[in-house]
Ligand binder design. Structure first.
Ligand code: ADP
Length: 899
């Protein structure tokens, strides 16, 4: 300061320059061309830590400059040398060691250099401080932005009352589905918020300046274009932002999307709820225990199972009500689970309050914390009372069944079906069988063998049947024959086990003998039915046959009443009545004979006789019948005696029977032959005719009792169907045989009797005259009487004659029709059963005759059933009378007709 004051007083420019040089606050140095110090002011001397210029003069200024600044110094000096001004900044410690900053300016001056170093240490420090503060601010800002951007929370800033988005962070974009709202008003950017209350809420914050907080706030957002609104949950804060004047200028929205947590919470809640429900209502017991085995949770079922209430159980150890016998397994299970095992199953028993035991199966699992630490146990407990009972029952029933199957008298076995690759049953193996199996099948040692091994020819029926039982599971019961085993079986077969099982159980019996007796029984029943049918027919026939002789007898009595004064007529009628009574006696004799033979009471009065004589007497007996049929009888007997040991009456009866049949079953005017010959040691009698013949299938049946070929037909010639039966029995009693032969209907028949011979003799025979019927004359109405029973026809015509009618008589249909054409009767009585043309045919033929259209036809028959009346009316009969006809009935009828 002193220098500057003295300088101010001096006006010498050099002095002034000197003073300025000395008083300069900068360090000023004058350097030569090489940079050596020529002059230096006070400030410079101090700065270089010297006392005077003396120690500094001539020294390179460069040597005082720190090496770090050498390059800049050199460059600035070079610039000054070149006529410019070189500048650089550098730092250099001061003599006290404190770093000082210098701003150096080098300019050229008269072949040297002027270097001015201004101390800018404070300026540099201030600059550095500013820089530091700026940097701090920058980094704070950056951090803020990072926070804003990377915050785990969503953030956005609205400005102005119109709520325009100013900033949003990534999380916010994620929340709203990536729509960038910056620059848009909230209402336009997120239109779906309308009606949800958020816009109004924010506007309220803006107005009031009061922040708003919300947790678990549901918000519906359109997170993808076109997709339905999505519900999100957020925890959020609306913070008013204030400008420097304290007025609200915007709102910071800051929050967290808690949707996942919320949904998890909901799910957890629901699942917990569900779990609780399931556990409480479970049909199995559930119990939870802590690490000490004390109960912390039980469900209703568990309480029921152990017979205690929930209150009694909570906090108690399960061991307290575990049956003593089950305590060790329970402790062991707990230990194992505490030791690291995850789950164990224990069969144990609880001791109930009432002292009873409850068997259970308990599946116990360890409960572990996040790091696997043992936290307790949970057990699912199932009541096994029923299971045990069922097991015991099964055992007991198996035993029972085994005993049963061993003790039944039926066969029992278990089979295993064998199928081929196409699932067709081809065989089966016997797995086991009971004792009776062998008895019913006759098969020995079958276990392990197959059916085909035991019975190679066994029918496939058995494989198929049992195969079907195995495949369908449907049991079957059947009876079937196994021809390969020559047995019948009654079998019940059922599958053992469920679908897929190949095992079939059989319970069966050998029913061969039952089947045989059933067949016998069936035969017997059918024989019985046949016998019964014949008997019924026989009774009807018997009634008919008894009426036949009764009819003429009754008529005869009528004649005797009317013509008792005519001895000739009475004599004729008596003769006829005797004959008819004789017929009845024969019939009844036949019946008695049959009864005697059946009862074993008929005794043969055998004697030695010539069969020829016997035959002659038979011819005598049959002659009236032969003659009434106008048959031609040829008798062919040997010349020599045919000796037999026989009951001659019975053999005559046999032959007469055969001759009578020949006459009966041959239309009028037939040929009948009787022949006797000797063959070996037998006498052979044959009776042949050219009559109606016998169907082949009836040839042996005609010898059966009550059998008649075709009843109620034109064949029917009366008779009881016992004649041939009697013949056979009598012949058999004589040690002989009888047989019938015929080539069929209409071809005649031959009956052959073979009798054992006794020794030889000869016999002959002769014939009796035929009975000639005749019609009696009279006046009044013309009546035709037609009946093959000559006596019946004649007596009726005699009665009618006596009553004043004019009658004619015919004994067969053809003759009747012929007679009617000539005689032109007003009334005709027609018998129905006649050989050849029967009554029906005759009636029809008569009706067809010219002039006889209105003839009154009266059926006269032994058959009086409704069906018979029906038949006669169909054939054109006007009336139907049954034999024997009563005279007053006939008279009534004729009187009515006359009226
Ligand atoms: P019926 O009393 O009916 O004559 P039989 O026992 O004498 O009884 O004869 C049985 C049946 O055999 C007869 O009903 C008849 O059908 C048949 N018959 C018997 N002999 C002859 C024969 N010579 N020609 C045709 N059929 C006959």
């Amino acid at each position: 300061m002193q220098d500057s004051r003295s300088a101010a007083s001096a006006l010498d420019p050099a002095t002034l320059g000197r003073q300025l040089f000395e008083a300069s606050p900068d360090c000023v140095k004058l350097l030569d061309g090489e940079g050596r110090i020529v002059a230096i002011n006070r400030c410079g001397i101090e700065a270089l830590g010297a006392d005077s210029i003396d120690t500094l003069r001539g020294r390179l200024w460069r040597s005082f400059v720190p090496e770090a600044s050498h390059a800049e110094l050199d460059a600035s000096m070079a610039q000054a040398h070149a006529g410019g001004v070189g500048r650089f900044r550098g730092c250099m410690p001061d003599p006290q060691g404190l770093t000082r900053w210098w701003e150096v300016t080098i300019s050229p001056i008269d072949g040297g250099l002027l270097a001015t170093s201004r101390d800018i240490s404070e300026q540099v420090a201030a600059e550095a401080e500013r820089e530091r503060l700026l940097a701090q601010l920058r980094s704070a800002n950056e951090r803020m932005e990072d926070v804003f951007r990377q915050a785990p929370a969503f953030m956005c800033v609205f400005t102005g009352p119109g709520l325009v988005f100013d900033m949003v962070n990534e999380r916010y974009l994620q929340l709203v589905g990536g729509r960038d709202p910056v620059g848009l008003a909230l209402r336009e950017a997120l239109p779906e918020l309308a009606g949800q209350g958020f816009v109004e809420l924010l506007e309220g914050v803006y107005r009031s300046g009061e922040p708003v907080f919300g947790t678990d706030v549901p918000v519906m957002l359109q997170r993808r274009p076109g997709a339905p609104l999505e519900r999100r949950f957020v925890d959020q804060v609306y913070m008013p932002l204030r400008d420097p004047d304290g007025g609200v200028s915007g709102i910071l929205v800051h929050g967290i999307d808690v949707t996942d947590r919320k949904l998890n919470e909901i799910a957890l809640y629901e699942s917990r709820e569900r779990f609780q429900k399931i556990v409480s209502q479970a049909a199995t017991g559930v119990v939870q225990m802590d690490t000490e085995g004390r109960i912390t949770l039980v469900n209703q079922k568990y309480c029921e199972m152990v017979g205690r209430s929930e209150a009694e159980l909570l906090g108690v150890s399960v061991l307290d009500f575990t049956a003593p016998g089950s305590v060790p397994v329970t402790i062991d299970a707990m230990r194992r689970l505490a030791g690291g095992e995850q789950g164990v199953v224990v069969d144990k028993e609880y001791l109930r309050r009432d002292g009873s035991l409850m068997p259970v199966t308990s599946s116990v699992n360890a409960l572990r914390g996040p790091s696997g630490e043992f936290q307790g146990l949970v057990a699912i407990v199932v009541d096994t009372t029923e299971k045990r009972r069922a097991e015991e029952q099964l055992r007991a029933s198996e035993e029972r069944y085994r005993t049963l199957f061993e003790s039944v008298d039926q066969g029992f076995c278990i089979l295993e079906m064998i199928f081929d690759e196409d699932e067709r049953p081809v065989d089966y193996r016997f797995l086991e069988m009971n004792r009776m199996f062998e008895v019913h099948t006759g098969l020995v040692g079958g276990a392990g063998k197959t059916a085909r091994e035991m019975v190679p020819t066994l029918d496939s029926f058995w494989f198929e049947t049992y195969g079907r039982v195995a495949q369908t599971g449907e049991p079957v019961r059947f009876e079937s024959e196994a021809p390969a085993m020559e047995r019948w079986f009654d079998v019940y077969a059922t599958r053992l086990g469920g679908p897929g099982s190949n095992r079939v159980a059989l319970l069966f019996s050998d029913i061969t003998s039952r089947k045989e007796s059933e067949a016998t029984l069936r035969k017997l029943a059918s024989d019985l039915a046949e016998a019964d049918r014949r008997k019924t027919e026989f009774l009807a026939t018997l009634a008919h046959e008894l009426r036949n002789p009764l009819a003429p007898i009754r008529s005869g009595l009528g004649v005797m009443r009317l013509k008792g004064d005519s001895p000739a007529a009475v004599a004729r009628v008596r003769e006829m009545m005797e004959r008819q009574v004789g017929n009845m006696v024969n019939l009844i004799d036949d019946l008695l004979d049959i009864a005697r033979i059946s009862g074993g009471k008929l005794e043969l009065k055998k004697e030695r006789a010539d069969l020829r004589t016997v035959l002659s007497s038979a011819v005598e007996t049959s002659l009236p019948l032969v003659e009434s049929g106008r048959h031609e009888l040829t008798v062919d007997l040997p010349e020599t005696e045919v000796p037999v040991e026989a009951d001659v009456t019975r053999i005559a009866q046999v032959v007469a029977n055969l001759l009578n049949n020949a006459a009966k079953y041959t239309p009028a005017g037939g040929c009948i032959g009787l022949a006797l010959r000797v063959e070996d040691d037998h006498a052979v009698i044959s009776v042949s005719d050219n009559g109606i013949g016998i169907p082949q299938d009836q040839l042996s049946a005609v010898f059966e009792m009550f059998s008649q070929v075709g009843q109620h037909t034109e064949r029917s010639q009366g008779g009881l169907g016992i004649g041939l039966s009697l013949v056979r029995r009598l012949v058999n009693m004589h040690g002989g045989e009888v047989s019938a032969a015929s080539r069929g209907p209409g071809t005649g028949s031959v009956f052959t009797v073979r009798l054992p011979l006794a020794s030889g003799a000869q016999a002959g025979g002769d014939m009796a005259p035929a009975f000639e019927p005749d019609g009696a004359g009279g006046e009044g109405a013309r009546i035709l009487v037609v009946d093959d029973n000559v006596d019946a026809a004649v007596t009726l015509s005699m009665i009618l004659d006596a009553c004043g009618y004019t009658t004619r008589v015919a004994h067969d249909g053809a003759h009747a029709v012929e007679l009617a054409a000539a005689f032109r009767p007003q009334v005709a009585f027609l018998d129905i059963g006649m050989p050849g043309m029967d009554g029906y045919q005759t009636a029809r033929a008569m009706r067809r005759l010219a002039g006889l259209e209105h003839i009154t036809l009266v059926a006269l028959t032994g058959w009086g059933a409704d069906s018979d009346r029906q038949k006669s009316s169909e054939a054109g009969f006007d009336h139907h009378l049954t034999k024997p006809v009563q005279l007053d009935v006939v008279q009534d009828l004729l009187a009515k007709l006359a009226a």
